[in-house]
Design a protein around this ligand. Sequence first.
Ligand code: 9MR
Ligand code: 9MR
Length: 578
Amino acid sequence: MSMRWCLLLAALGAVADGRTHEASSAAAAAGQVRLNQLGFLPGAQKLAVVESDEARAFEVLDARGEVVLRGTTTAPARWEPAARDAAIADLGALAAPGQYRVRVQGLPLSDPFPVDAQAYAALADASLKSFYLIRAGTPLEPAHAGRFARAAGHADDAVEIHASAASPGRPAGTVVSAPAGWYDAGDYNKYVVNSGITTWTLLAAYEHFPAFFRGRELGIPESGNGVPDILDEAWWNLRWMLAMQDPGDGGVYHKLTNLRFDGMVMPEQARERRYLVGRSTAAALDFAAVMAAASRIYAGYEAQFPGQPARMRAAAEAAWRWAQANPDAVYRQPADVHTGAYGDAKLDDEFAWAAAELYLLTGEAAYLDAFQRHARDADVPNWSNVGALGWISLAAHGQRLPAATRASAEKQVGGLAARLAAQSRRSPWRLAMQPADFVWGSSAVALNQGIVLLQGHRLTGERAYLDAAQSQLDYVLGRNPLGVSFVTGHGLRTPMHVHHRPSQADGIAEPVPGLLSGGPNPRQQDLADCKGVAYPSTLPALSWIDHACSYASNETAINWNAPLVYVAAAIQASTPTL
Ligand code: 9MR
Ligand code: 9MR
C-alpha cells in the first residue's frame, strides 16, 4: 500500500473515531500507532506498536506539545495473525504522570494516552462490578446500578429436573430451587462448568493480591459489610452453585437453562421454563475444585459467612466422591436442549484440578495421589482445560507441599510462563499470542496467558514476566491491529454492540460497562446469524465485528471477564512505583 493511501485511510479512521467514539472498521487500517488506550503506570513497561514496513523515528509529545522523548522503532517484522509488518516504539523512559501522544515520522499523531499511578484501578473495579450488573434473580437498584438499574429476572426458585438429570431422589419433573448466580454471557443461562473457572479466577485474584482488594468499594449491595467486595460478589455465584448439587448423592447438575435461547429481551421479559439439565463428571469436579478453594479462602471470613466454609468443604468432598463413582459421565446435549453445551470429554485436567484444591484444603494424602495420577503438563487455562489452575494453586502454596510436589508445581507453572515469555519476546507485537490462539473468546486467551505470565513473576520476581503480562493487557486495551479496546466503556474506541441481551434490550445506547468482548475469531461460526453483516477480514487478529449478531466474536462471558479482573488488578498491584 502506498504511503499516501495509508495516510488517507488513517485520517479517515481518525475522523470516524472522533465523531463516534465507536469501534469502526476504518480504525483497523494499517499504518497507525497502536497503544493501550488506558495508558500506563509510571513504573511500567510502555510500548507502542507501529504498523509499518520500515523502522521510523518517533517523538513523544506532552500535553503542551513539547517533545519529551525521542527514539527510533525496532526494525519491523511480519506478524502472522494480521499478516502485516509491525515495529515497536519503546516509551519506557516516560515516567512523569501526564497526557502524551506519539508522533511517528510519516504517520498521523497517535491517540492521547495517560501515564497515571492509578491507570488500571477503575478498570479493575469496573470489570468486577460488571459481575454485579449481570446477577440473575435480583433487581439492580439505581443506587448500585445507576442508569443500568433493571428489574429482577429468572428467579429460578422453581426449576424442573430434566429427564437427563433425573436421580432416585429427584426424578424427572421434580421442582427445585436454584436462585442467584451470574448469567453466563450474552444469554441468560447458568452453566456449572463455566462458573467453575470463572469463580476460581476471581477467588485467585483475591488470594494472590489480598491487599489490593481489601477496602475497595464497588457500590454493590454488600459494600461496607467487612468483606472484600470481590468475595461478596463471588459468593453471589457460589450460593447458586451450592444449589446445583443433588443432595441425594453429591452429583452436580451440568446447567440451569431454558430449552432454547431467549430472544433479545430484558431479563424480566424472559419467561421460558427453566430446567436442571444433565449431571456430568466435569461439572462435579469443577464444582469440587471451586468449593474446596472457596472453603479455604472464606475461612478467613467465618464471622460473616457462618458455617459456609464447612458447608463448602462437605459439598466439595461429596462431589469428588460422586466423580470417583462416575468418572466418565461426559455431558451429552439432550435432543430437546439447544443452549450452550460446555461439553468436554477429556477429564484428567478436571480430576487433577479438583484433587489439587482438595489436597490444599484437607492435607489428605489420597488427594495428592489422585493429583499425581491425573496431572499433565500445564497449559494456558480455559473452561475446558483447567489443569493449570491446580498447578497454579499448588505453586501459590508451595510452602505447604512435600518438596517434590512443590518442585514440580514450580517447574510446571514457571516453565509455561517461560515459554509464553519467549513467544512474546520473539513476537513483533511482543505478544504471547500465536495464530491458533485467535479462537472464540480470544480476548480471554490473551488474558489467561497474562495470568500465567504473572505466576512466573510471582514465582521468580523477574521483571520480564510482568512486562510480558503488561503486553497482554495492552493488547486487550487497544494495542492491537483493530485499534479497539475490547472492554465496554473503557478506552477511546470500545465495543458498542456486544452480543449481550441486556445491552441490546435496555434502550441505553451504551452497553453495560466493564464487559470484555470475545475478540477476533477467524472461524466466524455466527455467519448464518450475521447475514448482510461483513466481517472485515478472515485474518486471525482482524476477524471481529462490533455487531450484536456476532456471538462468535463480540459476545461477552463471565469466563472472559474474570481474567480481566485478575490481570488489571495484578498489574495495578504488582508494578513497582517509581
Ligand atoms: O445468544 C446465543 C449465544 O449466547 C451463544 O453463544 C450462541 C452460540 O450458541 O447462540 C446465541 O443464540 C443464537 C442461536 O445460537 C441461533 N439463533 C440466534 C440466537 C441469537 O443470536
Ligand atoms: O466460550 C465457548 C466457546 O469456547 C465455544 O467454542 C462456544 C461454542 O460451543 O461456546 C462458548 O460458550 C458460550 C456458551 O456455549 C453459551 N453461552 C455463551 C458462551 C460464550 O459465547
